[in-house]
Design a binder for this molecule. Structure first.
Ligand code: ADP
Length: 173
């Protein structure tokens, strides 16, 4: 896997479901009962017990986050956050996406999870512009890390070359 390290922020290209970290973040939908993209890949890799636990959670609001166990994943936990659907930027999309990162990082801190990996929330089917989404992900993570010792490390997982380049430029600034 390609990899860049920058103090407590790391970038890798690949499949988030394979990572051996304390927690991976899922780009879920409001039902928390599975969808497409990374959500489907995570449910498939974690197995049916994840679905059973998600049934008990009563969904999740956009911009918020809930935690489950990781089941068959190497990752010990999954934080499910619901990103905004991009409607052109005038419906608080940027604030809601920032809130996804803040809520997820807060939950990781509360559960003393030291390594957390994020996919590009909202940048697939939800249509959020990838460069703006990466800037929000980077700024929110950097701010949180500055003010908190845990998580110790944030890993951005780029699934395609375009996303990897966008994050690489941010990390190398
Ligand atoms: P959303 O509905 O929030 O847009 P998607 O799952 O459609 O969520 O896409 C979110 C991002 O996750 C996209 O950039 C997509 O390329 C990426 N992605 C899809 N599968 C994986 C995976 N297995 N590992 C990491 N990232 C993934």
């Amino acid at each position: 896997m390609e990899k860049i390290c920058n103090d407590r922020i790391e970038l890798i290209k690949g499949d988030i479901t394979t990572l051996d970290v304390d927690v991976i973040v899922n780009a879920a939908n409001n039902s928390l009962l599975g969808g497409g993209g990374v959500d489907r890949a995570i449910h498939k890799a974690a197995g049916p017990d994840l679905y059973s636990e998600c049934l008990e959670l009563d969904g999740c609001k956009t911009g918020e986050a809930k935690i489950t166990k990781g089941y068959k994943l190497k990752a010990r936990h999954i934080i499910h956050t619901v990103g905004p659907v991009w409607h052109g930027g005038k419906n608080s999309e940027t604030d809601l996406l920032a809130s996804c990162y803040q809520s997820s990082l807060k939950l990781a801190k509360k559960n003393n999870l030291k390594t957390i990996a994020f996919p590009g929330i909202s940048t697939g089917m939800y249509g959020f512009p990838k460069d703006l989404a990466a800037l929000i992900a980077y700024n929110e993570s950097k701010r949180f890390l500055k003010n908190n010792p845990v998580p110790e490390k944030v890993i951005f997982v780029a699934f395609d070359d375009e996303s990897y380049e966008i994050y690489r430029k941010l990390l190398n600034r």
